[in-house]
Write a protein of this length. Structure first.
Length: 224
């Protein structure tokens, strides 16, 4: 027997709300030891992990954020930097990815010069140009050991059409900055996907059904 009355309506509403939660897949890539796991942990868990080990394959973390009243699930793919731990998984990383975060360690020049290789890998896996990408220089708390000047990183980011964030997963004062990296991408994706939904709906003649249209005009909502 079908449930009826308010209970059924409530069930319907929550089901609808549940179904409306969009999921954005964001992958975090870069050399081993640059702090990818710590950054994703800081964003999803709100703290710096007491200890970490090299990631094997991939670790998933999730956080639900609210942007302009819409709940969005940010699904973070924390990938392995070591070649031997990532080989079998690479195809999965890039499949249907919505955004990419490239991470280097500001105290290790090699991790910055290797970014070319990570970008190349992205291209080889045909990540479309409209997929937003950002550059993150981590470990800024180690001020005395910085090897990658901000000006050089900025130039590189500009040349690759990426925003640059310099931050520290470790320093609690920087936690807002870490949050901004993911929120910036989520906002961009929300705006981008809203346009997409609107176009699809328009083609199907039901523009009104999904009320995403206002996002396309609201460009000021992105924290960056
Ligand atoms: N000082 C400092 N250390 C950090 C920071 N972020 C990470 N670390 C340290 O850097 C080391 C490597 O961090 P991970 O997050 O495991 O590095 P990863 O990029 O995930 O490495 P793989 O999983 O091997 O690819 C650990 O010892 C962390 O404690 C930071 O912002 N500041
Ligand atoms: Mg890791």
């Amino acid at each position: 027997m079908q449930p009826s009355g308010p209970a059924a309506a409530e069930l319907d509403a929550s089901l609808e709300q549940y179904l409306r939660v969009r999921i954005f897949k964001i992958i975090v890539i870069g050399d081993s030891n640059v702090g990818k796991t710590c950054l994703t942990f800081r964003f999803c868990g709100g703290a710096f992990p007491a200890s970490t080990e090299a990631t094997i394959g991939v670790d998933f973390r999730e956080k639900t954020v609210e942007i302009e009243g819409e709940k969005i699930k940010v699904q973070v793919w924390d990938t392995a930097g070591q070649e031997r731990f990532r080989k079998s998984m690479v195809e999965h990383y890039y499949r249907n990815v919505h955004a990419v975060i490239f991470v280097y360690d500001v105290t290790k020049m090699a991790s910055f010069t290797n970014l070319k290789m990570w970008i190349e890998e992205c291209n080889v896996h045909a990540v479309p140009p409209f997929v937003p990408k950002v550059l993150v220089g981590n470990k800024c708390d180690l001020r005395e050991q910085i090897q990658v000047p901000s000006s050089v990183a900025l130039k590189f980011a500009d040349a690759h059409n990426m925003l640059l964030f310099e931050t520290s997963a470790k320093d609690p004062k920087e936690s807002q900055n870490v949050e901004s990296i993911f929120m910036c991408l989520a906002c961009r994706l929300k705006a981008q996907k809203s346009l997409l939904y609107r176009d699809m709906e328009r083609q199907q003649g039901k523009v009104q059904k999904l009320e995403f249209t206002q996002d396309a005009n609201n460009k000021n909502s992105c924290p960056c």
